[in-house]
Ligand binder design. Structure first.
Ligand code: ZN
Length: 277
């Protein structure tokens, strides 16, 4: 059973709004790198994505790294994934499960700092992310050094149902507390996690299916990054439609990894709590 869920940022970048939001203009905004921690009564802290270890966003690679450095990348050691686990009152050594939405560098930088845990990822994402022949933009989004050595600690899931095809996801932890859904397009094996809390609505951690929650609801369009990093624009549309339909039928609280408003709250107020305190 999962009692609580916290959302927090592990860093943010200052970028012009149009990079995230279609026709967003040149206003400078803070693009957060968000991750989550679910408190499981049996398994302890379950982490969703692992952006940035103590060394910070040093994993960004040449192209993306220099762009982000130019744009203004904000990172403090106390925001790293291990520090976050401690701040929320847990021991990093007690982390047993880490749920990965996908393996882009801004979600994987802290994986090695929790290398004792088991990582969950779709087989499709793992196979793509470890393919040595990757080229171009697709390649620049992956830093294989973050996860290559963790293959024995990575549980690759073959049969993750697409949210468009199934209302029931893969039971990742075996007790029905977390459902894993395939939501590809942003990357080939991108997944979302539906986290059931002991009380109150479920949390749907949708990763980078869109960058902002408003994009899921079609209140704003995808900007330069989400459109150009995507491996399949058609795939994104199918995933977004499925998620929109799901959210129309369920009372879930949806989270994206780079939502500007959720990020603002995390940056200004600290970790955001979902579920009973
Ligand atoms: Zn991302």
């Amino acid at each position: 059973m999962i009692e609580r869920f916290w959302l927090f940022h592990c860093g943010y970048a200052r970028i012009p709004r149009f990079a995230v939001i279609e026709d967003g203009g040149w206003e400078w905004i803070r693009l957060p790198f968000l991750a989550g921690l679910a408190e499981h009564s049996e398994y302890g802290p379950v982490i969703v994505d692992a952006p940035f270890g103590h060394e910070g966003p040093a994993n960004l690679g040449m192209a993306m790294g220099s762009f982000m450095q130019l744009a203004g990348l904000e990172f403090e050691v106390r925001w790293s994934i291990v520090a976050r686990v401690e701040q929320l009152g847990f021991r990093p050594a007690d982390v047993r499960h880490i749920l990965m939405t996908h393996l882009h560098y801004d979600h994987t930088g802290g994986m090695k700092s929790l290398a004792h845990a088991q990582f969950h990822v779709s087989s499709r994402e793992w196979d793509y992310a470890t393919d040595g022949s990757l080229g171009g933009l697709a390649k620049s989004a992956y830093t294989q050094l973050d996860y290559r050595s963790l293959d024995k600690h990575t549980l690759r899931h073959d049969d993750v149902p697409h949210l468009a095809d199934s209302q029931k996801g893969l039971d990742v932890l075996g007790d029905g507390s977390v459902e894993m859904f395939s939501l590809p397009g942003h990357s080939p094996g991108h997944c979302g996690y539906r986290i059931h809390l002991a009380s109150g609505p479920a949390v749907f951690f949708a990763g980078d299916v869109a960058f902002t929650v408003d994009q899921i609801y079609e209140r704003e369009g995808l900007g330069f990054f989400p459109r150009n990093v995507a491996t399949s624009k058609g795939g994104i549309e199918v995933s977004l439609r499925a998620l929109r339909r799901h959210l129309g039928a369920q009372d879930d609280r949806v989270i994206t990894s780079h939502d500007i408003e959720l990020g603002r709250r995390c940056i200004e107020e600290g970790p955001q709590l979902y579920g009973e305190g």
